[in-house]
Design a protein around this ligand. Sequence first.
Ligand code: ATP
Ligand code: MG
Length: 444
Amino acid sequence: MIIPRAEHPISRTLISDNALKVLYRLRDAGFASLLVGGCVRDLMLGHEPKDFDVVTDARPEQIQEVFRNARLIGRRFRLAHVHFGREIIEVATFRGLPAASSDPEVHAVHGADGRAEPTARESRRAQQADYNIFGTQEEDALRRDFTVNALYYNIRDYAVMDYVGGANDLKEGVLRMIGNPHARYREDPVRMLRVVRFAAKLGFLIEPQTAAPIRELGHLLLDVSPARMFEEVIKLFHGGYSVETYELLRTHGLFRYLFPATEDSLATESDGFPRILLPKALASTDTRLDEGKPVNPAFLFAAFLWEPVRQRMDQLVDEGMKDQDALRHAADAVLRDQQRHISIPKRFSFPMREIWELQLRFPRRHGKGAERLLEHKRFRAAYDFLVLRAASGAADPELAEWWTRFQEIGPDQRKTMVRALTPATADRPKRRRRRRRTTDREPG
Ligand code: ATP
Ligand code: MG
């Protein structure tokens, strides 16, 4: 189906200048030249696209001839990145349908191995394999995931092209898998996470047949590489709709395959802390994104894994370990298990552990303790985490308030605040009491 310019809302003023340059240059070189995927979907809805993806019938080598600033990436399926300063326009050749055998993780080139530069030998091999990888525009549409993601905007006549009923589904607010949902999730289990992400972000309904196999096939996520899972998890929870996403993941039984220990702790916890702490952490992430503030995966993972770490730490403390050692051991154990599912790069797992470690230092405010903590480079994130814990009943609200005040005042007043601490409030009686209370209620 072709939707002419007059019957859809996409105007060129909403498309980035660099994307337009790429589209026109390809067209002028005689190639098919279209926008596709999320950007067309978002433009049709009147949203601002995150990035612009271009497809063409030009082969990767031909794309490179048209653009001096293009770099070919990907080993198996090669595509071009056209660089304009910080903006990258991705240009892909139409892809054909996979041969009889399935072609798993067809889009994994966007992730892990897509970053790598192919060697000369790999490029030769890729060129030889090209003839059965590339296809027509219609074939390209059929191997995309959801109908609303398979719309094309053609720069030749400014029309939108729809092979799979995506325009109608967009109008009705429906996410529908192209082809047989069961088979397409098997082909690439990450599509289960994608459908949830789009449902949360767009507020769309997952069409029943598209939703049905998810519960049964969720376990296939265990076979996805932890590196790709990390990228997907960031997209899930740093997209601005993490509260809705989290709820949908749990509704469809997928959350357990992302954070198994967290799922277990949600079932065993007795005071409702993680149930409240997690949504609060996610809500604050969404708010920050909405306000244009930066968000850090370290904080996200600190929130997701805190409850399993805390439970394990309590056990070790009961067995007689000092709390800082117990925390270190618990963090090691929980992180080791978690990395089998989602590989968290060191640059995030390290600050995540610091956020946890500082939680133990907040109650110790005597002498120079408080001043020193204030200067710690992870203070701000750790303080935000303390506030979250307090708001969800997992830490003493008076302690959080004390730290809030402590930051706002001058050095002289700080000294007065520290001096005003009685030995009883300066130590950690509240936490100790609370901890014993939680453990007491646990069976066994
Ligand atoms: P976003 O707004 O998050 O960028 P998007 O739809 O653009 O959403 P991308 O991951 O950028 O998602 O992928 C671009 C397009 O590539 C998708 O719209 C879809 O057509 C296709 N695609 C991406 N991943 C897959 C997949 N796993 N299986 C099939 N098609 C996919
Ligand atoms: Mg995109």
